[in-house]
Design a protein around this ligand. Sequence first.
Ligand code: ZN
Length: 300
Amino acid sequence: MPELPEVEVVRAGLAPAVTGALVTGVEVLDERALTRHTGGGTQFEGALVGRRTQSAARRGKFLWLPLEESGEDAECLVAHLGMSGQLLLREPGAPCERHERIRLDIHHPDHGDLAVVFADQRTFGSLAIDVLVATPDGAAGGRGSRLAAVPSQVRHIARDPLDPAFSDTGFRAALGRRASAVKRVLLDQTVASGIGNIYADEALWAARIHPETPALALSSRAAGRLLGEVRTVLEKALAEGGTSFDAQYVNVNGQAGYFAHSLNAYGRTGEPCPRCGRPIVRVAFMNRSSHFCPACQRGR
Ligand SMILES: [Zn+2]
């Protein structure tokens, strides 16, 4: 599943191509890729052709291209990558991709004609035209856009901890209000976005906090340490996700492995903890698993 680092790689790769590009053609091959769009394929095509994409923006795992205003409310093209969605940049007229669902032909004043292909093996992802709504804090809606607005479909998603406008105070306050397991709060996209299961386990390991510690039982020092480790883990993953960055051909691959050699706890069941040597354990957690060191993450 694409996580924040992979989505950021896609955003950064698309940005030069879609900043100021004119949409010259749209082809919807599979309407299941429009499940979050109100309107059918023909309406989607007609609503996009002739418009300009301004930039590529991201918040957490959500990606959007603000559209040049057409006189009415500002709109954007928002992408939900789901489990396996990909946004690929291709040469014009490039052969149809496997699992291709939607293709946008664009013309960029500097880069010429290009194709933006939305491909999705499992069809949980989708594209949609959505209205942009103002951010309550007046700061930019996401990375890659200066507009203080987010798609209405992304409004309930909190900023991610790498966002300059992320509120550390608000995050600590949210932890302090909740009796649920701290890991559950980390995964709650309305508290902070972009922290998937892997990054939650890694940050908790680094901060020496047991994943099931009630969030409100954390001292403010521990909460601060945890937030710091969340940022470190995400930045590291971003740096490594960025190694596959290619300005011309962007590719998200949902396969594990890009970050695997850096993991200390996640997926290391039975292996020695890199800090104390005791075996890492795995327990069931919210339909997934938690990996931690019972010796150095005591907590509770
Ligand atoms: Zn340990």
